[in-house]
Design a protein around this ligand. Structure first.
Ligand SMILES: Cc1ncc(C[n+]2csc(CCOP(=O)(O)OP(=O)(O)O)c2C)c(N)n1
Ligand SMILES: [Mg+2]
Length: 628
């Protein structure tokens, strides 16, 4: 058997180019390219390899402005591609590496594949401490890259070239396994990246990773079918896994045939179009009244591809029927078993198809007329509430955020992808945005990471260039991580960013208010001499000018017509546009019988804190600790 003489960096590039995935008979290459910022840790290793082999291996290199952003971009790309393709991301040693940790955590929380190559200190340790080395006084084998371990689904450090022979295949096995996937980190010491090895030729042969659709076992399937037949008031909670599995049609058939309402998490929103008769809208802390009322009384709750985060379960207060049974349909046994559920560990599409067949064979008539009428009545009431919030009514000096959401959604339609992650926008979008297909709503609300939005918008647009992409972003988040605009301009990626400027972290101000604290630290205000605190006027930021300075088109829009005009102009512009919209600092969509566990101080001299604590103790009594 022949060998090929390559450096570690060169071997990685050659290997990645030959890794494919296949699902349902369709094949594609798994790694679309490599994002990275160079430093002494990787310029001579992976950097040299990409420069020499990138064209030959069709492995394009992309340059971000920030290592965290490139990981967000890669995970958004993977999410839009239903996890069937992603990017690799590399960094230098130390700060470049640790900058990727936030992105790694965000990908792992959301069960999205990203392949990370941080650089690491010399394996031979001779130059120690190399520039940027955090020296651990008692454990010399510990490096900054070890901080990736708790946020990765697979971690390895390559201290001898031949370790790649087992490590790289394992990395791809984890990345392409729907139950195991998340951030995969292979840390590469600076010296090892440039070292040569005689690799077996077969290491570089094409490998096709089958992305499985695990079938439900007969026993649990029969048990779940019996539960559905016995249920009078069943409810589905659809999560991201339903979309990644391409279960839209199977879910539609199941829900429609058996009259089972479908509620949505942030990741699951859009799995059925908003106006599907069985789509009862969002559930949980940020949910709507239809889903939340049905959830309160449901006697059977079937979660499909959801990690059942606290926003979905309203911190375990959402399901108040003590006799309710839970079913967890999930490829991942960990998620399938949550809420003490009967687990159906399987691919969402396959599980729903099998369940529909079993129930049809048993002649199950589905839910009764009264329940179906209740679903329709609640849905009509909720849709009317949404219309009300989306319609401008001139109550506030600047437009209110829900009104701007309605205006933007009407302007771009139900097939543009809206992307968001943190702030008050996710809650308002969950309630008010109206997606018409499962790729029209892209929320990262697992890690809810400020800074995700702009890089994610770029990733989505790269994943599907034909689709209009709208980045909905708060002023606070924009200020945290906006340099992706330069990347988008450079790459010719045309997205539209709508900055909702309400002068600060208004969702946290709301939250502070709820726990009894007056405005403190959340608004974007000048420090005031008289108070010594951040109580002065608003610090003015011109987001349109800022975006223009980075090469984008910047527009300020204050009225409905100006927003519509700006979106229309963005469509025909030659580059990306940032629309700065002034929104009222005080008006957002209200809550609809959801709750979120944020404990106010147990002791305080403040009357508002004491009152908040008393309210909290009443609410927390509804928490179902047996579902923990
Ligand atoms: C990286 C990161 N830091 C802090 C937080 C906590 N946090 C959540 S939303 C938010 C404020 C967001 O402000 P802005 O983007 O202006 O949105 P608004 O609340 O005003 O709608 C903060 C600080 C977070 N989610 N992510
Ligand atoms: Mg804000």
């Amino acid at each position: 058997m022949g060998t090929v003489r390559l450096t570690v960096g060169q071997a990685i590039v050659r290997f990645m180019a030959e890794q494919y995935v296949e699902r349902d008979g369709v094949q594609n290459r798994f790694i679309a390219g490599v994002w990275g910022i160079f430093g002494h840790g990787n310029v001579a290793g992976l950097g040299q390899a990409l420069e020499e082999l990138g064209d030959e291996c069709a492995m394009p290199y992309y340059r971000p402005q920030n290592e965290q952003a490139q990981v967000h971009l890669a995970s958004a790309y993977a999410k839009h591609k239903n996890r069937l393709q992603t990017f690799a991301c590399m960094s230098s040693i130390g700060p470049g590496a640790t900058n990727m940790i936030t992105g790694a955590a965000q990908a792992t929380v959301n069960r999205l594949p990203v392949l990370l190559f941080p650089s690491d200190y010399f394996a031979n340790r001779l130059p120690d401490p190399v520039l940027q080395q955090v020296e651990h006084p008692m454990e010399h084998d510990v490096s900054a890259s070890d901080a990736f371990r708790p946020v990765s689904r697979y971690f390895d450090r390559i201290s001898r070239p031949e370790q790649l022979l087992s490590s790289l295949p394992e990395a791809f096995r984890v990345l392409t396994d729907p139950a195991a996937t998340g951030a995969v980190t292979i840390s590469l010491p600076e010296d090892v990246q440039s070292e040569v090895y005689d690799w077996p030729e077969r290491f570089f042969e094409r490998r096709v990773w089958h992305v499985g659709r695990p079938l439900p076992e007969a026993g649990p399937l029969a048990e779940v079918a019996a539960l559905v037949r016995a249920a009078k008031k069943p409810l589905i909670v659809a999560g991201g896994g339903a979309i990644y599995a391409g279960a839209e049609a199977a879910l539609d058939a199941f829900a429609t045939t058996f009259g089972v309402p479908v509620s949505e998490s942030q990741a699951g929103k859009g799995v059925l179009p908003w106006n599907h008769p069985m789509n009862v809208g969002p559930i949980g802390a940020n949910g709507g009244l239809a889903a939340n009322r049905l959830a309160r009384d449901a006697d059977l709750v079937i979660s499909i591809g959801s990690r059942l985060g606290d926003f979905v379960t309203a911190s375990k207060t959402q399901f108040q029927n003590e006799d309710a049974t839970f079913v967890g349909i999930n490829v991942n046994g960990f998620d399938a078993n949550k809420l003490r559920a009967v687990p159906l560990v399987a691919d969402a599409r396959e599980a729903l198809t099998a369940l529909t067949a079993a129930l049809t064979a048993a002649g199950h008539p589905g839910t009764d007329q009264a329940y179906r009428e209740r679903i329709a009545a609640l849905k009509a009431e909720w849709d009317a509430r949404v219309d009300f919030h989306r319609t401008p009514n001139g109550e506030t000096a600047d437009l209110a955020q829900p009104e701007v959401i309605g205006i933007v959604n009407d302007a771009v339609g139900g097939h543009a992808t809206v992307v968001c992650a943190a702030g008050s926008l996710p809650g308002d979008l969950l309630k008010l945005w109206r997606p018409e297909d499962s790729k029209a709503y892209h929320l990262e609300y697992g890690y809810s990471c400020m800074g995700y939005e702009i890089p994610a918008g770029i990733g989505i647009k790269m994943a599907e260039p034909e689709r209009e992409v709208i980045v909905a972003i708060g002023d606070g988040t924009y200020l945290m991580l906006n340099s992706g605009i330069v990347t988008a301009v450079g790459e010719g990626v045309k997205i539209t960013v709508v900055v909702f400027d309400n002068h600060g972290y208004q969702c946290i101000k709301d939250l502070a208010w709820n726990v009894g604290i007056p405005q403190f630290g959340n608004e974007l205000r000048f420090r005031e001499a008289s108070t010594g605190r951040l109580t002065g006027g608003y610090i003015p930021v011109d987001f349109a000018k800022h975006a223009e300075a980075m090469g984008a088109i910047g527009v300020t829009a204050r009225t409905e017509q100006e927003i519509r005009d700006a979106i229309a102009a963005a469509r025909t512009a030659d580059r990306m546009t940032v629309i700065h919209v002034h929104v009222s600092p005080d008006k957002r969509a209200p809550g609809y019988e959801g709750w979120w566990d944020v404990p106010p101080a147990e002791v305080s001299t403040s009357e508002t804190v004491k009152a908040a604590r008393a309210r909290y103790e009443q609410a927390v009594a509804l928490q179902r600790e047996e579902l923990a």
